[in-house]
Ligand binder design. Structure first.
Ligand code: DC
Length: 226
């Protein structure tokens, strides 16, 4: 029987984790698990229920009543359902990003989601991305990658993406918000973003998408012994 392979990818926001992870997973026939989407679904639940995301006790009290499901559509893409309703698009609203960033700092929220994430990796070969996958969720993962790029390059990519979507924003504002999120992710006390000691560093600052993907696949194949 083939052993399942667990690939943990962590890194700051805007480093291209989800695009690269999704593409590499499709090539390898692994399941892609976007854990940020799960945190966003909790943020979405707080927003829908009128709960202040800064009120830790209220957010924690909401958890037992939530029904959160992760499914895969025919397109192979990950969908999130909250209390039976598909919230895959809603969780991408900027307001939900803010809620997700606040609720993900609460240890009770992280504990609540831990088993769900581990269960997915028991059932399938996975590429799972997030902030604490190699350090907390899957510390025994066969492959660990810390994917990053300079804040300036991440801001430049985000600016191009927003321009293409027809919702441009000034470079300076984008860079500031990336730097703020980096600070929050690395300075919170619960599972802060950091590179696991046994993770391979992949810095894509000077790489285009194809080069980044080739480098990622190379790390995975070597780590998985394939
Ligand atoms: O990767 P993302 O932007 O979709 O993540 C949404 C939020 O969830 C972000 O504030 C970081 C947080 N997050 C986390 O704390 N741990 C994870 N494993 C994934 C995301």
């Amino acid at each position: 029987m083939n052993k399942t392979i667990r690939v943990a990818i962590d890194g700051p926001s805007g480093a291209g984790k989800s695009t690269l992870a999704r593409s590499a997973a499709a090539r390898l026939g692994y399941l892609y698990v976007d854990t940020g989407a799960i945190y966003r679904t909790i943020g979405c639940a707080a927003r829908r229920r009128g709960i202040d995301p800064g009120d830790q006790a209220a957010v924690v009290a909401m958890l037992p009543s939530l029904s959160i499901r992760l499914t895969y559509g025919e397109d192979g893409l990950q969908h999130m359902a909250l209390d039976g309703e598909d919230v895959t698009e809603e969780i991408r609203l900027p307001e939900v990003s803010r809620y997700a960033s606040l609720v993900s700092a609460y240890p009770e929220v992280r504990a609540y989601l831990l088993e769900m994430q581990r269960q997915l990796a028991r059932e399938h070969s996975v590429i799972m991305d997030g902030r604490d996958i190699g350090t907390v969720v899957l510390p025994d993962a066969e492959v660990k990658v810390f994917l990053t790029a300079s804040a300036e390059e991440r801001a430049r990519r985000r600016m191009l993406e927003l321009e293409q979507r027809g919702t441009p924003e000034p470079y300076e504002a984008i860079l500031r918000s990336i730097q703020e999120r980096d600070w929050n992710d690395t300075h919170r006390s619960a599972a802060p973003l950091r590179q696991a000691e046994d993770a391979v560093l992949l810095d894509t600052t000077d790489l285009d998408f194809a080069q980044s993907e080739a480098a990622l696949l190379d790390i995975i194949r070597k780590g998985a012994g394939q």
